[in-house]
Design a protein around this ligand. Structure first.
Ligand code: BGC
Length: 935
């Protein structure tokens, strides 16, 4: 897609312009179309994003990339050209005018690197486009992005800490009363125009202005390797300030900085909690005044007695200092803060969506398994904390414990099952200051739970007074799949729930036990599915920054990122490969090359490491990179794991090379793409020579190696492939058509079956309800994905206690296949620029499926309903994209579209019958196909 530039002279066209003449075919299509759409020719722009986000506040000012979707009532709309303008006020172009650019590109329109963008400034931008016929849209409504502070802007702000806390030893720092509050009063002498607060901390902070929480974020500044990057959040606080005195108040908790991280690893970054902030006030007269953290602040110990992400929060209301964050408060007995050393070069604007409360779920029921122990059930395993309204007496302490499960049998029946949490205490306490009714929710912790236990209450709260606040990085939801089969529909929802909370600042493995780490392998297998459900661009791009921070000199990365320094250094195949698989998945799902551009050098360094490892023996077999991992993870097969590892590792080498080739081509590096394109078949051949036996079976013979060999297309020769496919089916038959794959094999299992034409077997595996299967989990009451196939056994006993989580998204990787085959939508060209719609309608388990994907190009959807002999099939194709639709029908004549024979319907091209299906090609628009006597 080469762009050429022509500047138009008159940008301010208010009317839609039609071309003087347009091609006859398009004209006919338009005329037909006009008969049915009153507002035909409406052409406009929506879904405008900057760096994958709508109106981002406080992002970095380099590497900015724009995107938009096109709304059009006309079938077959394409973009022929665009024009973008960027200004410091709405509807101006004082920063940049692209001129008219002849290009069909609308995603990742990079702003020129040399634009003089200032920090802490809002910029407005608009776009207009010309369609393929030369019709011109109006300018879009203005949208904006606002830059955050640059490193240089922090020179006057200091990192401040509570005096005694700074002096305390590591052990004492966690003793009661250790958590500090900070305050300062500022006086605004002139009328205010706008104000921004920029803040970050060692620890996690909650900022308030004049007694009111700032923003709607939780757990800021989020997790990064704080020695490399510490994120700064930007808040628009204009409405929270007024002329005269204003109080700034901040509470700090331990967070990832000082709290427990991973497997009971404490204080991985430091002992001293500290705050850094800048409030920038712009007065009505245009003058600007900054207020920064410095010696003028005071601090004291507050009511947060303990605040740990894993162990929980203890809040002692007796230690509250009413009005501490209001201007009138007397802080004379507070101590001046200490200034601590810190590197302001690590401060970066947070690029992705903040952690927010995304939903509040009411409790559904209450039980009392033993006297005085009240257990509330939210009906859903989730990540967040509880909000309770409860009465108590002065000095009384409530204890809130959290668990994903309750004991299902025996003496413990109905009580919390917390053994799987390992050392995570997941316990919050609240101590009353006086006799009163309060509403309490913690500030500085997060739990993975479905059940809440309250003890220490004289009178337990009513069910209606207990809710769960769901936390997660607030990525926009993009995908929705509804299926008429209740179990499969539940599976779709379980996968999404696992993603919602495990995407919490970083992609984590599990939210409940003492782990909650950025395991690279988990997200590597889950990223394609994740990118169906949500727009992952900003979130996973931020995590790719974390990967670059963790990259070693040899190009490799550890298996956990951010890496808890000094605690874990191992890595291996399937895990570090996230460096390639994650950006590839995001780009495939969104068509946005920004994540590739940003990481390309680092990805290439990683790939060179992989390549060097696989070629060191003079062949193309990956026999190394085993280190800590070998074979598939948590597989149910008992085999020589090192032997399986070798097969898997070479398959990964081929797949990595294939992905790198596609990405090099997308970035315009044809030479590099050609080199890798030539290498892929050679690696595949080496795989076949080494691991495919003469009878067609694959060495080691696990489901995983078959799924990879066939799913990754490693066998080029059709006859050999068919022979191996038969062996795969034999293997599944020997396993009674039940899955046995672990983390690495599962994503390939159903895709491999579909590739060999056995959708029927894929469905069979998916529909299984006995152990081991996805359905079994649901039958056993799962509301998220389990870590193990036997996390709960058929007899109701829990699986191996040392490592057993009820909320691990890796096995949810099947979601991508479900969107692709049951929803029916498969990506052909990145971002659904080209896609295939071919839902599996022949399986009698389903008579309806609806799949909606809000892609960067607009809504892609497929909805089918079977009603007796008739099949109704509605497909939506966004402007500037095209789809191949495979309609379940034996003849072209049996298909009608919007009441007309499909073959002659406007916008429908190349209707061809192919066995049980009719293939049509369509451009943008909404198509309603009806098939009589569907197969
Ligand atoms: C984590 C995983 C991870 C694995 C790797 C587990 O403890 O929870 O999901 O990928 O270790 O060994």
């Amino acid at each position: 897609m080469q762009a050429s530039r022509v500047t138009t002279s008159s940008p301010a066209v208010r009317q839609l312009r039609r071309p003087a003449a347009f091609p006859v075919v398009a004209g006919l299509a338009a005329l037909l179309c006009c008969a049915f759409h009153v507002e035909a020719w409406a052409l406009s722009i929506s879904q405008m994003t900057t760096n994958g986000r709508a109106n981002p506040l406080g992002i970095g000012s380099d590497d900015l990339s724009l995107a938009w979707a096109i709304d059009s009532d006309t079938r077959g709309t394409v973009q022929g050209a665009y024009r973008v303008r960027v200004g410091t006020t709405e509807s101006t172009a004082d920063v940049w005018d692209s001129g008219r650019v002849v290009s069909d590109r609308q995603i990742d329109i990079a702003l020129p690197a040399d634009l003089p963008l200032r920090p802490a400034t809002r910029y407005y931008w608009q776009a207009r486009i010309w369609d393929g016929n030369g019709t011109e849209s109006e300018w879009s409504a203005p949208t904006w992005f606002e830059t955050g502070l640059s490193v240089g802007d922090w020179s006057d702000a200091k990192l401040i800490a509570h005096q005694s806390s700074a002096a305390r030893s590591a052990v004492q720092a966690s003793s009661p009363g250790a958590l500090p509050l900070f305050r300062r009063v500022i006086t605004l002498v002139k009328p205010l125009k706008s104000a921004r607060l920029y803040a970050s901390a060692h620890g996690i902070y909650q900022f308030s202005l004049n007694g009111r929480k700032v923003g709607d974020q939780f757990l800021a500044p989020g997790w990064t390797d704080y020695t490399r990057r510490l994120q700064v959040q930007t808040y628009d606080v204009t409405a929270q300030l007024h002329a005269g005195d204003n109080a700034l108040g901040v509470a700090l908790g331990d967070g990832w900085y000082r709290g427990k991280v991973g497997l009971n690893w404490p204080r991985i970054y430091g002992d001293t909690l500290a705050l850094i902030a800048k409030l920038r006030v712009t007065y009505a007269d245009g003058s600007v005044e900054d207020f920064v953290t410095d010696e003028s602040w005071r601090s004291a110990e507050g009511p947060f007695v303990r605040a740990d992400l894993q162990d929980g929060e203890s809040y002692d209301a007796r230690r509250e200092q009413p009005g501490w964050d209001r201007a009138a408060f007397d802080a004379s007995n507070w101590t001046p803060v200490a200034i601590v050393s810190g590197d302001s070069n690590v401060l970066v604007p947070q690029p992705d969506e903040p952690v927010r409360a995304t939903e509040v779920l009411p409790a559904r029921s209450r039980s009392e398994p033993v006297p005085g122990e009240y257990v509330y059930d939210f009906g859903q395993n989730l990540i967040g904390f509880a909000r309770i309204k409860i009465a108590g007496k002065a000095g009384q302490t409530l204890r809130l414990r959290h668990a994903e499960e309750i004991h299902r049998q025996g003496e413990q029946r109905g009580r919390l099952y917390t053994e799987s949490l390992r050392t995570a205490e997941a316990t919050d306490t609240y101590t009353f200051a006086r006799d009163e009714t309060v509403t309490y929710q913690p500030t500085f912790t997060q739990h993975g739970f479905r059940y809440l236990e309250i003890t220490g209450a004289a009178v337990p709260p009513e069910v209606g007074d207990v809710a769960a606040v769901v936390l997660g990085s607030a990525l926009p939801n993009t995908g929705d799949l509804r299926l008429s089969h209740p179990l499969l529909d539940q599976l779709v929802r379980n996968i999404h729930w696992g993603q919602r909370g495990n995407f919490l600042s970083i992609p984590t493995d599990t939210p409940a036990r003492d782990e909650r780490l950025g395991w690279t392998g988990d997200i590597a297998v889950f990223a394609p599915t994740a990118s169906r459900y949500q727009d992952t661009r900003a979130f996973l791009s931020k995590w790719m920054d974390d990967l670059r921070d963790a990259q070693r000199a040899d190009g490799n990365i550890p298996a956990i990122v951010p890496q808890p320094r000094d605690y874990f250094d191992a890595t291996g195949v399937g895990w570090s490969d996230a460096f390639i698989a994650v950006p590839y998945s995001v780009w495939r799902a969104t068509g946005d090359t920004r994540i590739l551009r940003r990481n390309w050098d680092a990805m290439r360094r990683f790939y060179r490491f992989v390549h060097a490892s696989a070629t060191q023996d003079g062949n193309l077999l990956e026999e190394g990179r085993s280190s800590w991992f070998s074979g598939d993870w948590l597989t149910l097969e008992t085999v020589d794991r090192l032997a399986e590892h070798r097969v898997i590792a070479t398959a990964y080498f081929a797949e990595n090379t294939r992905m790198m080739e596609e990405m090099a081509a997308a970035l315009g590096d044809a030479t590099q793409a050609a080199e890798w394109a030539a290498l892929v078949p050679r690696i595949r051949e080496a795989f076949v020579t080494a691991y495919r036996r003469a009878d067609g079976s694959i060495e080691i013979g696990t489901q995983t190696v078959y799924a990879m060999a066939l799913g990754m297309d490693l066998i080029a020769d059709p006859a050999a492939r068919a022979q191996t496919a038969a062996k795969f089916v034999e293997k599944l038959a020997a396993d009674n058509f039940h899955l046995k794959t672990g983390f690495l094999g599962t994503p390939w299992l159903l895709p491999a079956l579909s590739r060999i034409g056995r959708d029927d077997l894929a469905m069979r595996l998916l529909l299984n309800e006995d152990y081991p299967s996805w359905g079994f989990e649901i039958r056993m009451g799962a509301t998220t994905m389990w870590e193990r196939w036997n996390t709960i056994r058929a007899d109701g006993q829990f699986g191996p206690v040392e490592m057993n989580s009820f909320n691990h998204y890796a096995y949810g990787a099947v979601g991508d296949w479900m969107f692709g085959h049951l929803g029916g939508i498969t990506i052909v060209g990145p971002g659904y620029r080209r896609f295939r719609v071919a839902p599996l309608v022949t399986n009698t388990a389903l008579d309806h499926a609806s799949c909606r994907l809000q892609t960067p190009y607009g809504l892609v959807s497929s909805e089918w309903t079977r009603n007796g002999d008739e099949l109704r099939f509605v497909v939506t194709v966004p402007a500037n994209t095209a789809a191949e639709v495979l309609i379940p029908a034996k003849t072209v004549d049996s298909v009608r579209e919007s009441g007309r024979p499909a073959a002659s319907a406007p916008g429908v091209a190349a209707a061809v019958a192919e066995g049980e299906r009719v293939r049509v090609n369509v451009g943008s628009g909404r198509y309603e196909f009806v098939v009589r006597r569907a197969p």
